[in-house]
Write a protein that binds this ligand. Sequence first.
Ligand code: NDP
Ligand code: 2IT
Length: 448
Amino acid sequence: MSYVDEVLEQVKAKNADQPEFLQAVSEVLDSLRPVIDANEELYRKNAILERITEPDRQIMFRVPWVDDNGQVQVNRGFRVQFNNAIGPYKGGLRLHPSVNLSIIKFLGFEQIFKNSLTTLPIGGGKGGSDFDPKGKSDREIMAFCQSFMTELGKYIGADIDVPAGDIGTGAREIGFMFGQYKRIQGMFEGVLTGKGLTWGGSLARTQATGYGLLYLTNALLKDHNIDIAGKTCAVSGSGNVAIYAIEKAQQLGAKPVTCSDSTGWIYDPEGIDVALLKEVKEVKRARLTEYAAARPSAEYHEKKNGEHGVWQYKVDIALPCATQNELDLEDAKMLVANGVISVTEGANMPTTLDATKYLQENGVLFVGGKAANAGGVATSALEMSQNSERLSWSFEEVDGKLKGIMETIYANISDAAKRYGVEGDYVAGANIAGFEKVVDAMLAQGVC
Ligand code: NDP
Ligand code: 2IT
């Protein structure tokens, strides 16, 4: 049996109850076959695959907090520190009722390769809680965040592990967590990214994931002699990533016509009004029904199981920006039938494995989240650099670096795919390019 198959079997046996983690590991190891086959003896002897699929440590803890009725609530907190071969652990904190160990491990595992692709010195980690921020008062959010950080704070630090935002964790939550860390540690340090601009945050971090997604999509299309201007886009989600993907798509002359949240979606053939979307989602924290109520050209559709949602429309570019496994095989067939040119992932693992395969086999330009959404964590690393030198850079400087990083990522994944004889397979290209650097560091650092 090949080394890859042997390790895949072991990982499946050890983590049988973790479907999302197994999905992420299968995708990566499968696509690494050309590299592993070329170096099988060395990697096997050094147990590279066994080590890279087992987190350095996984921390789980109780998060007790008091709600507005005086009732004590208990959530579960997680931080998985996956691999720090090339830098301190780095990755977001997800607050969503669906959060469990499988989801945090899949995200932490992917983060190793994504962070390596950024070209910056950051290792992979992820955390979060099954806490649901929806419908909670600001005081309840603060109570949760303070309790969460009281425990998490023992395991992180500017040179150890630097968490950031993800689903459900934005500027408000990062603020409450940072305040609690500072209070307990008695130290002001760059322990979190996505901070406010008056206390160590970086300009352009808010926009970075969405903008970066479009910089990469533009580089991909240009390389295939396609002009992004005038193209229509289907976007899912209406959170941090989706909003700034829509904004940058418009700046580049494209027309996003959809967005969604967990209860429904918008189809707006005139193009999404991004100022209105920000008002509804960032300021009012309201449902998309409010967007439709204020915008005569928009249709609102309630989400029903089995429907294609935003993927049913005839568009050139698809940008999944909500959550994992939100674009399945049936959706992929619909997109292909409607002539989609590219699918680039703003979310982490939004496309199922069979949908990815179908898109690739049908000539769709497909770039997975590890490369396409790396702009967020890359800009987090730029925030860490600014914190270390105690300076802040201008918006133009950070945005310029972000654009350069995304173009370099595209060039590197394209080149890696060519080097291993799978030209145009950007999933393999990203996994290979990300893996090469981490393995080099692991081999140099010995058995650890
Ligand atoms: P937000 O919390 O800002 O927004 C998430 C959006 O996705 C919301 O519109 C939300 O709808 C929707 N959503 C979340 N869960 C589900 C679900 N189970 N079903 C349907 N819709 C859902 O998160 P982000 O925009 O930050 O994150 C979106 C994706 O991008 C995630 O996969 C995240 O891991 C990834 N990502 C984020 C980065 C960042 O810098 N923030 C960087 C790289 C990747 P509702 O409000 O109704 O829940
Ligand atoms: O998935 C991701 O890359 C993020 N949520 C951002 C992580 C970060 O450290 O900025």
